[in-house]
Design a protein around this ligand. Sequence first.
Ligand SMILES: [Zn+2]
Length: 101
Amino acid sequence: MKIPDKIMIGGVEFSIHKDLDEKSGPGFSGSANATQAVICLYNTHGRPESKTEQVFFHELLHMILDSLGHESGVSGPYDEVFIDSVSLLLHQAISQIIKAQ
Ligand SMILES: [Zn+2]
C-alpha cells in the first residue's frame, strides 16, 4: 500500500511526513496535529511496511474523529484502545480491498 504525501480530511489538506527521525524515544512511531494539518510517521526504515501502514491508519483515524469534533483523551468519547482496535481493523479491510483490485 502506498501511503500518500497528502490527504483530504473534512475539507482540510493534511501533509503526511514519512520517515522522520525518532522524536521522543523508542517505540514512538507516529503523531498527528489537526491545527497544523500534519500526520508524521517516524523511523519507518527497518520497520515492516504493514506496521507503518497501521501507524498511518491510527493517526488518520485520530484526525478523522478530530475533524468531526471528537477529541481523544481520557475525558473524550474514546481512548487509544478504541483508536488502535478500529484503525487496525480498518487497515486490514482496506488492505484486502486493495489486494483484490
Ligand atoms: Zn493515538
